[in-house]
Design a protein around this ligand. Structure first.
Ligand SMILES: [Zn+2]
Length: 99
């Protein structure tokens, strides 16, 4: 007998292993992506689609609602969620608004 929580944990682990298998060149970025929840549905099951170790071509997909993000999008959102006070994330694109 398998509970829903166990299924979720197993899938979460699978997703996290894929995230971990890519070289993010940053521990903070990896941590942020591992903990990232889907902004659309709140699921923590963010899968990596592209079978590649190159972070620039990685594509993320939420297993729950199917939404996809490219690396830059995902990284920016994940880092914002994970480090809400640290706007100056290394990946952040040039900002128009200066605080
Ligand atoms: Zn989702």
């Amino acid at each position: 007998m398998t509970s829903e929580a166990e299924v979720y944990e197993a899938e979460k682990k699978e997703c996290q292993e894929k995230v971990t298998s890519i070289d993010w060149e940053s521990d903070e970025l990896r941590s942020a992506l591992l903990e990232w929840m889907c902004p659309e549905c709140g699921s923590g099951l963010i899968d990596v689609q592209a079978a590649t170790a190159d972070r620039w071509t990685a594509v993320f997909q939420c297993r729950s609602c199917g939404k996809q993000w490219e690396f830059e999008d995902a990284a920016e959102k994940a880092v914002e969620d994970y480090f809400p006070e640290r706007i100056s994330a290394p990946l952040r694109m040039a900002e128009n608004r200066v605080r």
